[in-house]
Design a protein around this ligand. Structure first.
Ligand code: ADP
Ligand code: ZN
Length: 200
């Protein structure tokens, strides 16, 4: 026998384009943890200051109860010592504080499972995702089906008022009719190549 801890914290990242099944996979893993009688808590981004209970839902209609939060530090307000598994959906929308929060959870021996977009509509790395993918114990990269040609889709095409979004479009365009599609590398359309310098 040695003195190694019986269990350690860990981080699993599930990433991919929109419609690739990230929420579905996150829900699947969290439901399995519940079946294994683990104590599970789930968070998602709220986009406003209210904290309330809702659901992480997949495009297929599968769902699990989740707490909506805006600031990653709010996770600690809901964490009780009995919780073993922490799920976070849409993790790309959180500020970079999510990185130190996830590290603290791992150090507290929590099993953390996060899902999020690895690339934004410009095909640039999204928020804290690159760092989370780098520090993760395990990364699962999922693909959707390209709506144009049926090949594997790695990209999220943003359509504004029926046309491919422009690279310099604001992230949120007031009054615009917006839509997102899964597309392969060949069918993804953007008017500028990504600028790879000065990435945060
Ligand atoms: P994500 O969280 O990655 O956006 P979801 O888990 O919410 O994905 O939804 C995945 C589901 O979306 C698939 O199981 C499928 O039913 C549906 N879907 C709709 N459009 C597509 C597409 N273009 N490629 C793959 N799945 C799609
Ligand atoms: Zn395609």
């Amino acid at each position: 026998m040695n003195n190694l801890p019986t269990h350690m914290g860990k981080l699993e990242v599930v990433c991919g384009s929109m419609f690739s099944g990230k929420s579905e996979e996150l829900i699947r893993r969290l439901k399995r943890a519940k079946i294994a009688r683990k104590s599970v808590i789930v968070f998602k981004h709220s986009f406003d200051n209210r904290t309330f209970i809702e659901f992480v839902a997949s495009h297929d209609g599968n769902k699990i109860a989740a707490i909506s939060i805006e600031n990653p530090l709010e996770i600690f307000e809901h964490l009780t010592p009995d919780i073993e598994v922490v799920g976070i959906d849409e993790v790309q929308f959180f500020s970079h504080d999510i990185i130190s929060v996830v590290m603290r959870l791992i150090e507290a021996k929590k099993h953390v499972i996060v899902a999020g977009l690895n690339l934004d509509f410009r095909s640039l790395p999204f928020g804290a995702m690159p760092t989370l993918m780098a520090i993760a114990d395990d990364v699962t990269k999922l693909t959707a089906i390209c709506v144009e040609c049926g090949l594997d889709a790695y990209f999220t095409q943003r359509i504004v008022n029926g046309n491919p979004a422009k690279y310099d479009d604001p992230t949120i365009q007031v009054g615009a009719q917006e839509q997102y599609q899964a597309r392969c590398r060949g069918c993804f359309v953007i008017d500028k190549k990504p600028v790879w310098q000065n990435l945060q």
